[in-house]
Each structure stands twice: as structure tokens, then as C-alpha cells.
Design a protein around this ligand. Sequence first.
Ligand SMILES: C[S@@+](CC[C@H](N)C(=O)[O-])C[C@H]1O[C@@H](n2cnc3c(N)ncnc32)[C@H](O)[C@@H]1O
Length: 325
Amino acid sequence: MIPRPAARLTSLLRFSSLPRVSTHSLGPPAVWLARSASSTSRWKQRQGRDSFARDAKVQGLKSRAAFKLLEMDAKYRIFKGNGQTVIDLGYAPGSWSQVAMERIRPHGRVIGIDLIPAQPPRGVTTFQGDFLSPSVQAMVKTFIIDSHQHQSYPPDDQDPENPTDDVDDVDAQDVDRPSYIDMERHAVPSPESSAPTLNASERLVDVVLSDMSAPWEQTSGFNVNTLSNPYHRLMNTSGNAFRDHAGSMDLCAAALQFASDTLKAGGHFVCKFYQGSEDKLFEKKLKSMFVKVYREKPESSRKESKEAYFVALRRKGNATVKLDP
Ligand SMILES: C[S@@+](CC[C@H](N)C(=O)[O-])C[C@H]1O[C@@H](n2cnc3c(N)ncnc32)[C@H](O)[C@@H]1O
């Protein structure tokens, strides 16, 4: 039985966020307006009835998705504690990153990647870009290696539970990284932009998480100009089960290829998918690379959704996968 979220998450309450407001909005295309109003009220009604959504709000978590990861972590011990490196693919709005950060603080690091701009949770380093793009993957890999070489921890005599005020002023790590526009410039695959192949000693990641799901057309939230919860502006399923399944398998494949290149021996991998005909083949690939592989449908995942998760534990030392590009 999963402990009540409120009991387990009191320490996450300290995560508060100041909304960063964008100054312009183009507004909705006229054709979406009618659907937008009704789907917004349906969404609001559903959220109102949803105890996980309410708990998330009360506890300062960026979305109800946090509880899925908390359930899986309670069952499988995905995080081993202080100092780990966690990659959070499809991090926005950031509740999985909040959970991961809480588990691996004070010396761990969480690196989030998402298609859409979002205000990163405190202490999380983020990139905006399409993770299916080899140039984005290459940039993240290079960042992991470079930042590992330059990693600096606070002095030992500083109490990690009570960091000094100046640490509190920093919302997200200030890293020297290319802008989104720089990334887009390299979006056309070229030999230089393809992801570098890493040798075993350059595999520095402890956990790869992927909650990516393909954003569908915007149907609500056109009047929301804040980055603090961009999630509400996207639907993450198309309503077409095969399309959702096929899209999710592409995202899973990209996440697994990245895990194959970056995860340490013994590292863990968690990946969302929409159930369908191709998931067995993907599970087989996972079993070739990890000691244990489980399918999970967390209690907090909506019953009516075909969404589920693979939890793959303990990467085998020399096992790699090569997936079709
Ligand atoms: C369900 S949300 C993730 C919620 C998140 N785990 C949390 O706890 O806040 C799925 C996210 O995947 C992102 N996504 C989908 N396809 C992507 C891609 N190709 N590259 C990067 N992010 C992607 C979407 O933009 C969306 O923000």
C-alpha cells in the first residue's frame, strides 16, 4: 500500500515558485475557441474531483504526475540518495524533477529536457528542445560530461539542511549553455550534430526518467501567459490510441538509446508508454539491457488512460542497445 502522499511529502512543501509572466499572447485560432471553452471546463471539473491534483496543489508540487513517480520510487527504490545524477526527459512542468531533486539532495543534480519552455524547479538544470533531435541529445551528453568535470560541492562545513541565504536566491543553476535559437540552428542533422558515442567511463548517469508524451494541438489555456504551469496548455494524447502508442514508442526508443549511451552499470530507467502492439518488442530490448524489468500502472495514473510505465532496474555492465534511428 502506498503511504498517503500528504504524509510522505511534507518536505516538498518548501518548493515554491514565482510565476514568470510572458508579456504577449497571440490568442487562440478562431476554429479552436468553441472546443477550448468546453474542454477547459471538463478539465477543471475533473481536476476538482481529483484528490491527487488537490494534494499536488497543497504540497507545492507542479503537477499530480509527481505521485506516479513517488509510487514507483516507494516500490522499487529508484533513487539511491545524495549525489546522484538524474536525467528527466519531458520534465515540464517539473513535478518529477521536484521529487528527484528531493531524493538526491544536496549534492545530486537533475537535468531536465522539454520541448516547451517552463520555469525550472529550484536547483534543476533544464534545456528546451526536441529530444528526438540528435543535436539536442548530443548537447545534453556534452553538458553531462563537461559539468561532471567542473562539479563543485559546497564546503563540507556548510549544513546542507540550512543553506545560506545566497543559495536561496538562485532559482536554477546558471549554466553556460547555448540558447534555444542556437539549438534550432543546428536542428538539421549533420555529422557534427549527431550524438557522440560515449565509452563506459563516460557513463555518468544514475537514473534516466522519461515521462515524455507527444503534445497535441492546444485546446485550452490560451489566456494563460505564465511559464509556471505550461503543462495546462497542452493535451498529451490525441484520442487516437494507435497514434498515441506509436508516438510513445518513438519517444521510448530515443530515451532508451540515450540510457544505453549514458547510464552507469547498475543504473535505473523509467519510461512512460501507451500500451499497444509494439510494447512487447520494446520490453524485450529492455530485458537485454537490465536485470529486472517491470510494467507499472501507478494508482495515480488515470484508469481510463492506456498510459503505463516500464521500470527497468540495474543496467547490466556491458549491455547496450542499438535502436533504429
Ligand atoms: C506528461 S508531461 C511530463 C510531466 C512531468 N513528468 C512532470 O512531472 O511535471 C510530458 C512532457 O513531455 C514533453 N515532450 C514530449 N515530446 C517531447 C520531445 N520530443 N522532446 C522533449 N520533450 C517532449 C512535453 O512537452 C510535455 O511537457
